[in-house]
Design a protein around this ligand. Structure first.
Ligand SMILES: Nc1ncnc2c1ncn2[C@@H]1O[C@H](COP(=O)(O)OP(=O)(O)O)[C@@H](O)[C@H]1O
Ligand SMILES: [Mg+2]
Length: 254
């Protein structure tokens, strides 16, 4: 068995839809070490969300196997926590209740829940908003709640599916920096799905580039730029254009 913290071994996924089978992923063998920040980059529809959901234990692979923290998955692992693109908050719950939810689901006692919620609300700058409901928050604040909720179970890995995709550029930039701060402080492993080349180059230690459907691993690209990274630097631009060539998006928008 491998020593990597998260390891996908020849993973494939075929969905059985009403109109026939859809092969979303084929032959994915990728891994990540504890503490790494890895971005999964590919065009829309290439199977990024599918892979992340399988690593989260929410979907089973059709072929191959996934090992997280030394155990082959047969459901969600306590070592991981997922953050969805659309924040996935419960609209009828306050920020406090939303942030406590994952802990409640795992049977964490009330005193411990309150303490951990307070800590993660502080980390994400939400302490003044605990009584608000999701509809009373901006998009960026809602994503912060999703991140706070995911962190409360002290996951060894955060699995993030385009968490900032729906935000305006400025808010997105803020949250990217906050996430890097959290990652540096907590030493959490991060697997981060994005279709944005610039976002991947800004965030990742390593970028896994996927082909269009069925998604296969096209390349593994280390990002050796020092942090904080400057998107206007020549090195940043050079890597971005290399990735654009790999994705086949030259001349088009991301
Ligand atoms: N539950 C599902 N049932 C059938 N097809 C699905 C399902 N989820 C995703 N797909 C299909 O699998 C492919 C990959 O989807 P997805 O993983 O969402 O890609 P991405 O996140 O890279 O945009 C797409 O063609 C999508 O339509
Ligand atoms: Mg997706």
């Amino acid at each position: 068995m491998s020593a990597r913290f998260i390891e996908c071994l020849d993973v494939g996924k075929t969905y059985q839809g009403r109109t026939g089978a859809v092969e979303a992923l084929r032959g994915i063998s990728v891994g990540c070490d504890e503490g790494e920040f890895v971005c999964l980059l590919g065009l829309s529809g290439c199977g990024k969300s599918t892979l992340l959901q399988m690593i989260a234990g929410l979907e089973a692979p059709t072929t191959g196997q996934i090992v997280v923290a030394g155990r082959e998955l047969d459901g969600p692992s306590p070592a991981t926590s997922i953050v969805f693109q659309d924040h996935g908050l419960f609209p009828w719950m306050t920020v406090q209740q939303n942030v406590e939810f994952n802990m409640k689901a795992r049977g964490v006692a009330k005193a411990e829940r309150l303490a951990r919620a307070a800590e993660m609300l502080e980390v994400t700058g939400l302490s003044g908003f605990v009584s608000r409901y999701p509809h009373e928050l901006s998009g960026g604040m809602r994503q912060r709640v999703g991140i706070a909720r995911a962190l409360t179970t002290r996951p060894r890995a955060l699995l993030m599916d385009e968490p900032f995709g729906a935000l305006d550029a400025q808010t997105r930039g803020h949250l990217q920096n906050e996430l890097l701060d959290i990652w540096a402080r907590e030493r959490t492993t991060v697997l981060f799905v994005t279709h944005s080349i610039d976002e991947a180059v800004y965030l990742a230690d390593r970028i896994l580039v996927f082909t269009p459907r069925p998604g296969q691993l096209a390349a593994t690209v280390p990002v050796d730029l020092p942090r904080p990274r400057d998107p206007r630097s020549d090195a940043f631009a050079a890597l971005s254009s290399q990735l654009r060539a790999m994705l086949g998006t030259e001349g088009g928008s991301e």
